[in-house]
Design a binder for this molecule. Sequence first.
Ligand SMILES: NC(=O)c1ccc[n+]([C@@H]2O[C@H](COP(=O)([O-])OP(=O)(O)OC[C@H]3O[C@@H](n4cnc5c(N)ncnc54)[C@H](O)[C@@H]3O)[C@@H](O)[C@H]2O)c1
Length: 336
Amino acid sequence: MDETLVERVPKLGFIGVGWIGRNRLEAIAKENIADIKAISDPNAEYAEEALQFAPNAALLPSLDALIATDLDGVIIATPSALHAAQSIEAIEKGKAVFCQKPLGRNAEEVKEVVQKAMENDVLLSVDFSYRFTNGIKALKAVLDSDELGEIYGGNLVFHNAYGPDKSWYFDPKLAGGGCVMDLGVHLVDLLVWLFENPEVTEVSSQLFSKGKLIVNTDQQVEDYAVAQMLVKGSIAVQMACSWNLPAGVDAVIEVSFYGTKGGVSFKNVNGSFYDFITERFDGTSRKAISTPGENWGGKAGVHWAEELASKGNSFNPEAYNYVKSAEILDLIYKRG
Ligand SMILES: NC(=O)c1ccc[n+]([C@@H]2O[C@H](COP(=O)([O-])OP(=O)(O)OC[C@H]3O[C@@H](n4cnc5c(N)ncnc54)[C@H](O)[C@@H]3O)[C@@H](O)[C@H]2O)c1
């Protein structure tokens, strides 16, 4: 048997086990697909809490200490400003990387990480978890089937009526931006992934903070943003996202596309962050093609760990999508 096809149990380390880091650690631990060897977080309480899911893991003081050990891969879930540098540090030591979004605060940072992963031939993935929902998979199948005819319109929405609860999210240097970097990043990733790296032009946007237009996004993070763009030269896509919008519900999440022969729409149900329905529209009638009730949050990390186990640690060119998304985000932020 070809040795490269033999399933291995990857040895993994987690750096940053705050809210999402612990959530992803639990998801990977429950699947029993990896050996979780090490955890590092300056917050001792969080690190101890993470041990309940990986009792044999060593608690280490830093990323340096973590990557000096015999690990196959590193899962990064620290504040956003650290992602690019920490990813590069791990990649240069030959470790596969699964990083939280955003991979970098701008396209320059993201390009550098993807370039390093390519040069060092390591597996790099970002936690774009919505790609792994059954609802988005059902929507993609409709788009891929061409049954909508000529697609000409798209609507991307992510309003989180609460907004983040940690101070670093509100510092442009630590977060790279506000609701666009936090929530819009998922919508832009889906756009790039669904249409397979499409050309995106004519990007215009307005960014607000506390009801006022932002003049300098290096100094303030946005809590409300709208953007308009032309995809593949023929699809007009509108995007809106926010924190703390008086939306009347916890969250409004939507990815919809319209064509000459029908529409398809992925939406959250009853304001939920977790439950989605995907419907196929035909004139004024609708039919559900995917319904709520799945636990999808940790699937991207599990997929990365399974890819590492089955194919080994080698660069997957799909990572170039991350550069395209980051370039679109830069245009929305009017950078460069
Ligand atoms: N994929 C998703 O849908 C999703 C959802 C939520 C958050 N995120 C992303 O995950 C990241 C973390 O978000 P969070 O809400 O869990 O934040 P958090 O503040 O709860 O967690 C960050 C953790 O990193 C630790 N940390 C800080 N500096 C560190 C360092 N140098 N080394 C090791 N650990 C360090 C902190 O102590 C903290 O425990 C953010 O970039 C965020 O954008 C992604």
